[in-house]
Ligand binder design. Structure first.
Ligand code: C2O
Length: 548
């Protein structure tokens, strides 16, 4: 591989959407940010310079960071933030991954404007295991708030303040023609009849799973989270925040005498507040001869998106993903397990008795937790504390393997909602084979939780609704060709089981990729100790690692 150098200047930029202009934090003045392109095996070196007043860090979402944990990016987990005027160089090699990922700020809610695509091409002269596309196009979904980011954050963390609702969803930073005052801010994809396009879909939205569809077209899913999957056809897909999906779109063979919208809108299982509007882009066919046809006069077709709460569609879609599991791309599913974990994930309501201190964010009664622990970020970085053997006073290794109160979901929200704050981690020996079942508690607005694990891909070996049954359900686990990914939706009122091999020394964050739930504490960390061999150890930190 070669080394690819990028420079990210974090700076303010005035951006107008929906007729509102505001100053946002960007990379190099671009919104969405610049595309990073590399090949499998390349080294990527990104020099980040912070020119804004806020502290910042950048995370390379889905990059495994094998023995390069110092470059992972989550603030107070693998590094202290880059302060105003400071520079930090992220330096990592892409090993065994190819496909679509993305990068985003990983501190507070700054990823609302600081994000962009990360495209990993296969090694030179290695073809895709599917039809070679004529063109490749990243499509990154996001959210737009008319209000300032700081205002949005403080609202989301207030008592009773549900997930703060954005003013628009965006497609490549553009809300599109279905919003008021937005027609000119529409992403346009021009295609030639008969050609095949690889669309690299990325859900960088903060708080919503999305349905996506293209009017009068079907497509083929070929990759998820930078891992090839067995191709399957569909006309609608679901993508949670933190997930990426590559699809092949074959343009109609003849000029269709029409223009089509592609659109996305939320899939919502909860009762909370949400925005049921749609972001849209335009699929425009290049006419056979520009002189004979006026594109503007062509009929425009809109896709029909499923109802907001169409859980059966979402579930059936999600279940279709399978690893290729062939000789060239084997699925290395751990067949034996060294350690089993059962985590409840969900929101909690903490009744806040008079004259007492509540443990939710900002002392309120709302919280989110894993095994009833609402994770508190330390004021220094966990990885530094671990590496230098200074965990005392920073974190404890007593994160529970199971919920403290046995969990029983009966269809009505259970009442074991108490959470306690803590900076607790699970410590694993190098190469531990882990099985983790995550059970949604459905407390409060019954939402599904897209859980994202840093530093690893995992195999989704099972999923279901209701209570996980440790006597019956494992018999049905797929240990042959389960999908391999970095973000999985834990269904509302249900569970997922994942397996991964802890072969990457470091400290690895795991959290709900709904930003409001992360803020409320739905997060934890795994500490993976060094192995014995030199290539099983975390190297020392780079000299420019920021200090707290
Ligand atoms: Cu994309 Cu820890 O996040």
């Amino acid at each position: 591989g070669i080394t690819r150098h990028y420079k990210f200047d974090i700076k303010l930029k005035n951006v107008t959407r929906l007729c509102h202009t505001k100053s946002i934090m960007t990379v190099n003045g671009q919104f969405p940010g610049p595309r990073i392109i590399a090949r499998e095996g390349d080294r990527v070196v990104v020099k980040v310079v912070n020119h804004v007043q806020n502290n910042v860090t950048i995370h390379w979402h889905g990059i495994r960071q094998l023995q390069s944990g110092w470059a992972d990016g989550p603030a107070y987990v693998t590094q202290c933030p880059i302060q105003t005027g400071q520079t930090y160089v992220y330096n990592f090699t892409i090993v065994g991954q190819r496909g679509t990922l993305f990068w985003h700020a990983h501190i507070s809610w700054l990823r609302s404007t600081i994000y962009g695509p990360l495209v990993i091409l296969p090694k030179r002269n290695i073809p895709y295991p599917f039809a070679q596309p004529y063109k490749e196009v990243p499509i990154i979904f996001g959210e737009w708030w008319n209000a300032d980011t700081e205002v949005v954050i403080s609202q989301a963390l207030q008592t009773g303040g549900g997930p703060n609702v954005s003013d628009a969803y965006t497609l490549n930073g553009l809300p599109g023609p279905l919003y008021n005052c937005s027609a000119k801010d529409s992403f346009k994809l021009k295609v030639k009849p008969g050609k095949t396009y690889l669309l690299r879909l990325i859900n960088a939205a903060l708080n919503d799973e999305l349905f996506f569809s293209i009017a009068n077209h079907t497509f083929t899913v070929v990759e998820a989270d930078a891992v090839y999957v067995k191709p399957f056809h569909t006309d609608t897909l679901v993508i949670t925040p933190g997930q990426t999906t590559n699809i092949l779109l074959k343009a109609k063979p003849h000029f269709p005498n029409a223009t089509f919208l592609m659109a996305a809108r939320p899939y919502v299982t909860g009762l909370g507040t949400f925005d049921n509007s749609s972001t849209a882009g335009i699929l425009e066919y290049e006419p056979p001869s520009v002189s004979t046809i006026s594109i503007k006069k062509l009929p425009l077709f809109k896709p029909t998106l499923p109802p907001l709460n169409d859980t059966s569609l979402a579930t059936n879609f999600t279940k279709r993903f399978r690893s290729l599991a062939n000789a060239q791309f084997p699925a290395n599913v751990p067949q034996t397990v060294n350690k089993r974990f059962f985590f409840t994930v969900g929101l909690g309501s903490n009744p806040c008795p008079q004259n007492q201190t509540c443990q939710g964010p900002n002392g309120t009664k709302f919280a989110a937790s894993v095994n009833n622990i609402s994770f508190a970020l330390p004021t220094t970085a966990l990885l530094q504390a671990h590496f230098f053997g200074q965990s005392n006073g920073v974190y404890t290794t007593d994160f529970p393997n199971n919920p403290l109160v046995p969990f029983n979901y009966t269809g009505t929200p259970p009442n074991n909602t108490m959470v306690s704050n803590g900076t607790k981690v699970v410590q694993l020996s190098f190469n531990t084979s882990v099985e983790l079942v995550m059970q949604d508690t459905s407390i409060l607005g019954a939402e599904s939780h897209p859980l994202h694990l840093h530093g690893f891909n995992f195999f989704v070996v099972g999923q279901g609704f209701g209570n996980f049954d440790s006597n019956k359900d494992p018999a049905n686990f797929n240990l042959f060709d389960p999908v391999e990914r970095n973000t999985v939706g834990v269904p509302s009122g249900g569970w997922v089981a994942i397996r991964f091999l802890a072969d990457n020394p470091g400290v690895w964050f795991m959290h709900c990729h709904l930003e409001v739930h992360t803020s409320w504490g739905l997060k934890m960390a795994w500490v993976v100790k060094d192995g014995k061999l030199p290539n099983q150890k975390l190297p020392p930190p780079p000299s420019d690692l920021p200090k707290c």
